[in-house]
Design a protein around this ligand. Structure first.
Ligand SMILES: [Zn+2]
Length: 131
């Protein structure tokens, strides 16, 4: 992701803002313009739970250049407790130990370094939640 785009997305990414459809109550993250359930265009900010479970995942063995030093790594779709879904890297667990349905929580982590300037990007990753 280019740095310009990255910085524009910071407020939503860092606060994990979710939006709830005023009409049908479906929760989205990130924000959508139109609810894909009822076509409403009215949303309200919703609490975004930082806990959820893994719906599906894929192991990346050949990553984009910026992520090549991290392979293999896991990208998964996490469904939070309020129903919002988001795609995140699954960190702190070996790919062979990742399982659909596992409990996760969102944690603030280094994402990658970009380019020769070595700018470090931070964002949320999902990590296993132990009870
Ligand atoms: Zn709706």
């Amino acid at each position: 992701m280019d740095p310009q785009k990255y910085w524009r997305q910071i407020p939503a990414r860092y606060r994990l803002e979710a939006y709830k459809c005023k009409n049908c109550g479906k929760v989205f993250f990130p924000k959508r313009l139109i609810c894909d359930n009822c076509k409403s265009r009215e949303f309200v900010k919703a609490e975004h739970s930082d806990k959820g479970k893994l719906l599906t995942y894929t192991v990346i063995r050949t990553g984009p250049a910026d992520f090549q030093d991290q392979t293999p790594y896991v990208i998964g779709v996490v469904e939070s407790e309020n129903g919002a879904r988001l795609t995140a890297q699954i960190a702190d667990v070996e790919p062979e130990n990742v399982a659909i349905g596992m409990k996760l929580r969102m944690a603030f982590r280094k994402i990658n370094k970009t380019g020769d300037a070595g700018v470090i990007m931070y964002g949320y990753k999902a990590v296993p939640e132990f009870e």
